[in-house]
Write a protein that binds this ligand. Structure first.
Ligand code: 13P
Length: 244
């Protein structure tokens, strides 16, 4: 079983996304893999209705880590759970970069998502400069330790997505060897902080039909978090169909 997840980011009007959801429902064939789509908030209710009689699960791209209250403009974990989300992304590099989300805030989100009964998909990743100067190991260890230390994590209750920032939307994919090696290191970091080292680890960053199988064949890669290619139903379905 592999996890194939599509992060649509801020794309598609509600109408366009209904067409996209129908396309995905039609194109994705029954599989052992776990398939998840993360549409923009406004398309989440449509995703719930269009995908109602399918095995495709739905997640949100973000949340506010309180059940309710005076937080104008935010969407709570309770609302997401109520509408039918089973997953929520936390700590995507675009949120760290453009919205200055701190490790402390991400830790609150991971806890809130889990307490609401959803699975957080916690994203980590280094910049190009950090990859090149070799500090990426320390950067990843910091991102993981600051957010996950001391939490009681179980294998089925959290996923971690390794998304090197330099590979996101750039067409530059980490080689399967490099991704696997770095994700093996993530398992060591988890061990160091007393967390299970067999959590599901997803790779993200220019994943596409042409490289999906090579990435998914690697020992430490349990799934893919796909951006651009997940917007195209046929590409997403081709990746969902990889059997290993
Ligand atoms: P791309 O697949 O477009 O590089 O995006 C990856 C990503 O950020 C998924 O969350």
């Amino acid at each position: 079983m592999k996890i194939i997840a599509g992060n649509w980011k801020m794309n598609g009007t509600p109408e366009e996304n209904i067409a996209r959801l129908r396309g995905i429902k039609e194109a994705v064939k029954p599989t052992q893999n776990k398939i998840i789509v993360f549409p923009p908030f406004l398309s989440v209710p449509d995703a719930v209705s269009v995908l109602a009689d399918s095995d495709i699960a739905i997640g949100a791209q973000n949340c506010y880590p309180r059940p309710d209250g005076a937080f104008t403009g935010e969407v709570s974990v309770t609302m997401l759970k109520g509408v039918g989300c089973a997953y929520c992304l936390v700590g995507h590099s675009e949120r760290r970069q453009y919205f200055a989300e701190s490790d402390d805030f991400l830790r609150e989100k991971v806890i809130a998502v889990a307490e609401a009964g959803m699975i957080p998909v916690f994203c980590v990743g280094e910049s190009e400069e950090q990859r090149e100067n070799g500090s990426y190991r320390r950067v990843l260890a910091g991102q993981i330790k600051n957010v996950l230390s001391g939490l009681k994590l179980e294998k089925e209750e959290i996923y971690i997505a390794y998304e090197p920032v330099w590979a996101i939307g750039t067409g530059k994919t980490a080689t399967p060897e490099d991704a696997d090696e770095t994700m093996g290191m993530i398992r060591e970091i988890l061990r160091d902080i007393g967390q299970p080292d067999d959590l599901y680890l997803l790779y993200g960053g220019s994943a596409k039909p042409a490289n999906a199988e090579a990435l998914l064949s690697r020992k430490n890669i349990d799934g893919l978090l796909i951006g651009g290619a997940s917007l195209k139903p046929d590409d997403f379905a081709a990746m969902a169909a990889v059997q290993l």
